[in-house]
Design a protein around this ligand. Structure first.
Ligand SMILES: NC(=O)C1=CN([C@@H]2O[C@H](COP(=O)(O)OP(=O)(O)OC[C@H]3O[C@@H](n4cnc5c(N)ncnc54)[C@H](OP(=O)(O)O)[C@@H]3O)[C@@H](O)[C@H]2O)C=CC1
Ligand SMILES: O=C(O)C1=N[C@H](C(=O)O)C[C@H](O)C1
Length: 268
């Protein structure tokens, strides 16, 4: 099979840099283009510069040209940027891997609409370990469905702009689904003041932001006399990047459809 040419959006961001490094060392993947928004400091520089290698691929600010040069766009930017790139991918008939988090319902609906024409993997966390945790949560929720209070706790670096993290929200969705609850009505996103006693059917979220924490997530099942915690801790962004390349390979040859990492990893 021919190599997959990938275009990396947000090329000078934390994930963009990691994706370029991963793509340069990945079998069956060619770095076809790297782009970022106009005005970003690294426009015009070699995409490998931050990893200490010369690639001959220059970071450009022309998203259309970059996407046209590739088979698949990998996008970890911001919701508004991702939706602009998605419109171009749709117009140009390109596959897309979306790791960006923080979309509202309208943004998610736009992604679903685009996936009717082009193939899309959209997942809040591309790491294999986190996707294994999603499956473990299904089992834990089934066994601990009564008598245990459920809280999702997440910690990230000081630069993160959305809360709770996309991963924490997906953990909540998995738990609520397994328990027959609706996350929109049972989620508690913060507590302050005289809150009254905890309601059994709620799922609480707690968010910590600080320093350079890559990403920690815990689901806590708190009973009377015992607590169970299921935790994932990221030590590096490389698992997200490698998962994204796996997703790009999964999309090769597919005409359209909306998938997530559970599909890519065969966990459905
Ligand atoms: N699914 C997963 O596995 C993971 C998801 N993420 C998510 O990926 C996203 C990016 O994270 P991270 O790399 O840390 O963020 P960064 O802020 O480090 O990088 C974002 C990049 O996107 C660019 N950008 C910002 N706004 C726009 C826009 N409107 N249009 C085009 N480009 C834009 C930034 O440019 P500039 O510098 O000029 O602002 C920057 O280059 C977040 O939503 C995060 O939650 C992160 C890790 C894993
Ligand atoms: O912004 C990040 O860094 C991360 N974002 C994703 C999320 O919101 O879940 C995934 C990972 O936790 C890192």
């Amino acid at each position: 099979m021919a190599d997959i040419g990938v275009a990396i959006a947000g090329a000078s961001g934390r994930m963009g840099r990691m994706l370029i490094e991963a793509a340069l060392g990945a079998e069956g993947i060619t770095l076809a283009a790297a782009f970022d928004r106009p005005g970003t400091a690294f426009i015009g520089r070699d995409a490998g510069e931050m990893a200490g290698v010369v690639t001959g691929v220059v970071i450009v600010d022309d998203a259309r040209a970059a996407i046209a040069a590739a088979d698949c766009v990998i996008d970890f930017t911001r919701p508004e940027g991702t939706l602009e790139h998605l419109a171009l991918a749709r117009e140009l008939g390109k596959a897309m891997v979306i790791g960006t988090t923080g979309f509202d319902a309208g943004g998610k609906a736009e992604i679903a609409r685009a996936a009717e024409s082009v193939p899309v993997v959209f997942a809040p966390n591309m790491a294999v370990g986190v996707n294994a945790v999603f499956k473990l949560l299904e089992v834990a929720a089934r066994i601990l469905s009564e008598g245990y209070d459920i809280e999702v706790i997440e910690a990230h670096h000081r630069f993160k702009v959305d809360a709770p993290s996309g991963t924490a929200l997906r953990m909540g969705e998995v738990l609520a689904h397994e328990l027959g609850r609706d996350l929109d009505t049972c989620a508690i996103y913060g507590r302050e003041g005289y809150t009254g006693e905890r309601k059994a059917e709620t799922i609480g979220f707690a968010t910590i932001r600080g320093g350079d924490v890559v990403g920690d997530h815990t689901a806590l099942f708190a009973g009377i006399g015992e607590r169970i915690e299921i935790t994932h801790k990221s030590g590096s962004r490389m698992p997200y990047a490698l998962g994204s390349l796996r997703a790009a390979r999964f999309l090769q040859g597919r005409g359209s459809g909306l998938f997530d990492m559970q599909d890519v990893l065969g966990l459905r």
